[in-house]
Ligand binder design. Structure first.
Ligand SMILES: [Zn+2]
Length: 131
C-alpha cells in the first residue's frame, strides 16, 4: 500500500472515504506536466469511475524564431476567436520500472478502494431497505 507516501513518482493526494481517492503521477521530465487520477464512486448511479486530469499548454515548439512563435500564437488566438475551440495535447512521461510499478500500484489500490466504497455503500443501502 502506498497510502499517503510518495513512491517512485506517484503520490496519493487525498481520499474522501466512501467517495473518491486522488493520486498524482509525476512526469519524469520534471516539468509542469503531471497527471492526476481520480477514482470516484458515483453514489447516484452506482458507477465506479476513473478520471484523468492534466494541465495542457500551448506549445510553439515548431517555431524556431521569435516572430515565428508570435505568428503561431496569433494563428491559435484567431482560431479560438473564430471557432471557440483549439486542440491541445500533453503527455506525462512515466520512466523506468519503479515509476511504472508505482502507477500500477496506484491503479490497483484505487480500484480496490472503489470496490470497497461501493460494497460498503450497497451494504448500508441494503440495511436501510430492511428497516
Ligand atoms: Zn513532463
Amino acid at each position: 500500500m502506498m497510502d499517503d507516501k510518495i513512491s517512485h513518482g506517484v503520490s496519493k493526494l487525498n481520499e474522501w472515504k466512501g467517495s473518491s481517492v486522488w493520486y498524482r503521477i509525476n512526469c519524469s521530465c520534471g516539468g509542469d506536466c503531471d497527471t492526476d487520477m481520480e477514482f470516484e464512486f458515483d453514489k447516484d448511479f452506482g458507477f465506479i469511475n476513473l478520471n484523468f486530469y492534466k494541465n495542457v499548454a500551448w506549445s510553439d515548439y515548431d517555431s524556431h524564431t521569435f516572430f515565428g512563435r508570435i505568428w503561431s500564437r496569433l494563428k491559435a488566438a484567431y482560431k479560438i476567436l473564430t471557432t471557440g475551440y483549439i486542440s491541445l495535447n500533453g503527455s506525462t512521461l512515466i520512466q523506468e520500472e519503479g515509476h511504472i510499478n508505482s502507477v500500477i500500484e496506484a491503479l490497483q489500490e484505487g480500484r480496490d478502494k472503489l470496490i470497497k466504497f461501493k460494497a460498503d455503500f450497497d451494504k448500508l443501502e441494503g440495511n436501510k431497505n430492511e428497516d
